[in-house]
Design a protein around this ligand. Structure first.
Ligand code: PLP
Length: 360
C-alpha cells in the first residue's frame, strides 16, 4: 500500500527492516530497545548518535541545544510562550493556516500576542510577501509555521524578521531540505511525518534563550532543565529517539544528505503538480502556485461526488489516505521524505487516468 497520510506517515523501508531486526534483541545487547534503561550505555550511545546525526545533517552549531521531548508539537505551542514570553512582552504570530492558528490559541493563554499577518481572507492559500508583515521590533519572538500541513502552503525561505528571535513550527517538513539553523531562535518538529514515530518532538533552541525559562515553572515544561540534563531529566521517549537515529542514519548514508533529499522531494512533487497544471482546472490546486508545498499536495475536484469516487478508486489501487482535511476539502497527498518515487508515479498515473475518464 502507498499511504499518503499526513502523519503518522510512511517510514523508509530500511528503517522498518532495522526495527524488525532489532526488536527481539539489539545486536550485542540481548534485549530489545523497549527493554533497556535510558541510562544504559547502549541507549545513551543511541541518543548521542541521533543528536550527532541531526547536528551533521543541519550543521547545527554548539550555540544550539538539541532536545528530545514528549507531548508532540502541540505541547510546544504552550512551552514556547511559557518559556520565551516574559511579563510585559508580546509575541508576533504569522498565520498561514490551521496549525499557526492553533499555536496562537495556546500562546494567548500565556501572555500578550499580536498577529503579524493572517492569510484567512483567502482561506490560507498563500504566504505573506516581503513587506506584508506587521512586525513589532520589541517582540519576544515571532512564530511561523514553515509548512502548513492542512492547506499545503510552504515557505521557500525564512521570513525576514530582523533581530527578533524566529520561532518555527517545522513539524511537517523537518529534514526535507538543508536549513540555516543560525537564522532561528527555536525550531521544533514532532517526528511523525519526516523523522520517526509519534512520541518524540525535536526542539532546537539557541542557548542564550534558555536563560528566559523561569526556574519556578513546572520542571517538565522548562527548556533549561531539559538542556541541562541532556533530555534525560525524566525518562525520554526511548523508542522514538532510537527510530530518529535510524531515520537520520538513512538520510546520511542511504539518501546522501539533505541536498539529495531535497532533489528527490522536488522531483516527486513536480510529478503531481504537473498533473494539476495540465488538467485544465479539473484538479484545482488549493495553494497559489508560488507557495505550494513539496510535502502536502492539496487540490479539489469539480464535485464532492467525484472527490469520493477518486478516493474510493484510488484505494482499490492501494493508494490510501488521500482525503483532504475537512477545513479545505478535496484531496491531500502527503509525500514526505519516505514516500518512494514509485508511489508518487503510481498516484500520478491514477490521476491522469481518472481525469481522462471523468472530465467532461
Ligand atoms: N504543527 C504542524 C505543522 C502539524 O502538522 C502538526 C500535526 O499534524 C502539529 C503541529 C501537531 O503535532 P502533534 O500532534 O505532535 O502535537
Amino acid at each position: 500500500v502507498y499511504n499518503f497520510s499526513a502523519g503518522p506517515a510512511v517510514m523508509p523501508v530500511p528503517v522498518l527492516e532495522s526495527i524488525q531486526r532489532d526488536m527481539l534483541a539489539l545486536p550485542g545487547v540481548g534485549a530489545s530497545i523497549l527493554e533497556i534503561s535510558h541510562r544504559s550505555g547502549t541507549f545513551v550511545a543511541i541518543a548521542e548518535a541521533a543528536e550527532a546525526n541531526l547536528r551533521k545533517l543541519l550543521s547545527i552549531s554548539d550555540d544550539y541545544a538539541v532536545l528530545f521531548l514528549q507531548g508532540g508539537s502541540r505541547l510546544q505551542f504552550s512551552m514556547i510562550p511559557m518559556n520565551l514570553l516574559g511579563k510585559g512582552q508580546s509575541a508576533d504570530y504569522i498565520l498561514t493556516g490551521s496549525w499557526g492558528n492553533d499555536a496562537l490559541k495556546e500562546a494567548k493563554k500565556e501572555g500578550e500576542t499580536s498577529v503579524a499577518w493572517d492569510g484567512k481572507s483567502t482561506n490560507y492559500d498563500r504566504l505573506p510577501k516581503n513587506g506584508d508583515l506587521k512586525l513589532n521590533p520589541q517582540a519576544a519572538y515571532i512564530h511561523y509555521t514553515s509548512n502548513e500541513t492542512i492547506q499545503g502552503v510552504q515557505f521557500k525561505s525564512e521570513p525576514e524578521v530582523g533581530e527578533v528571535p524566529l520561532v518555527c513550527d517545522a513539524s511537517s517538513e523537518f529534514l526535507y531540505k538543508p536549513l540555516d539553523v543560525s537564522k532561528y531562535g527555536l525550531l521544533y518538529a514532532c517526528a511523525q511525518k519526516n523523522a520517526g514515530p509519534s512520541g518524540v518532538t525535536v526542539v532546537i533552541i539557541r542557548k542564550d534563550l534558555l536563560k528566559r525559562s523561569d526556574p519556578n515553572m513546572p520542571g517538565y515544561l522548562n527548556y533549561q532543565i531539559h538542556a541541562d540534563n541532556g533530555s534525560m531529566w525524566n525518562t525520554p521517549p526511548t523508542f522514538g529517539i532510537y527510530v530518529l537515529k535510524l531515520v537520520t542514519d538513512w538520510l546520511l548514508n542511504d539518501v546522501g544528505g539533505l541536498d539529495a533529499m531535497y532533489q528527490r522531494n522536488q522531483d516527486k512533487a513536480k510529478l503531481l503538480y504537473d498533473v494539476l497544471d495540465e488538467s485544465n482546472g479539473f484538479y484545482a490546486g488549493h495553494a497559489q502556485r508560488e507557495d505550494r508545498s513539496l510535502m502536502n499536495v492539496t487540490f479539489r475536484l469539480p464535485s464532492d461526488e467525484l472527490t469520493d469516487q477518486f478516493v474510493g478508486e484510488a484505494k482499490k489501487q492501494s493508494l490510501t489516505d488521500l482525503k483532504g482535511h475537512r477545513s479545505v476539502g478535496g484531496i491531500r497527498a502527503s509525500i514526505y521524505n519516505a514516500m518512494p518515487l514509485a508511489g508518487v508515479e503510481k498516484l500520478r498515473d491514477f490521476m491522469v487516468e481518472f481525469k481522462e475518464k471523468n472530465a467532461k
